[in-house]
Design a protein around this ligand. Sequence first.
Ligand code: FES
Ligand code: FES
Length: 153
Amino acid sequence: MSIHLKLNGTERELEVDPEMPLLWALRDVLGLTGTKYGCGQALCGACVVHLDGEAVRACVTPVSRAEGRHVTTIEGLSADGSHPLQKAWVELAVPQCGFCQSGQIMTAAALLAKKPQPSDSEIDRSMSGNLCRCGTYTRIRCAIKKAAGLPHE
Ligand code: FES
Ligand code: FES
C-alpha cells in the first residue's frame, strides 16, 4: 500500500505494509537513523517523533497513521542545529552515551512548541516518560529551561 507523508518538509511516498511501525519505516526504509529503538513497547521514549507537531512513539505507531500528515524527526528539527534546544543541548553537554537523546529533544520540542515557558512541573510531567539509562535528567531539565529562556543552573 502507498503511504504519502510530508517528512521533514518533503513529500514522500512509501510502499510498505500499513501496519509497519513508523519507526521501521523511518529507520529501515527511509534511512533516518536519528530516531532510536529502545523498548518497542512505548515505555522508554527513545523513538519519539512529531506527527503534526504532537510527540508520538514511533515504535507503536503504524505507518498508516502518518498518511497525509507531517512527520518531523530529529533530522528535521532544524536544518542546521539552530533550534534553541539543540543549541542548549550542546552548550550544556547534555548527552552521555546519547542513545536516548533524540527522543528527549523531540519530546521537549513538542512541549516548548505548545508551552514556550513551561513550569518545572510541566517539564517534569512532559519528560517523565523519556528514560535515560545514563541518568542525564538534571542536565536535560537545565537545557530545556535554557532553551526556554528561563533561569537554570
Ligand atoms: S522504543 Fe518506542 S518507546 Fe521505547
Ligand atoms: S544519554 Fe545514555 S541513555 Fe540517555
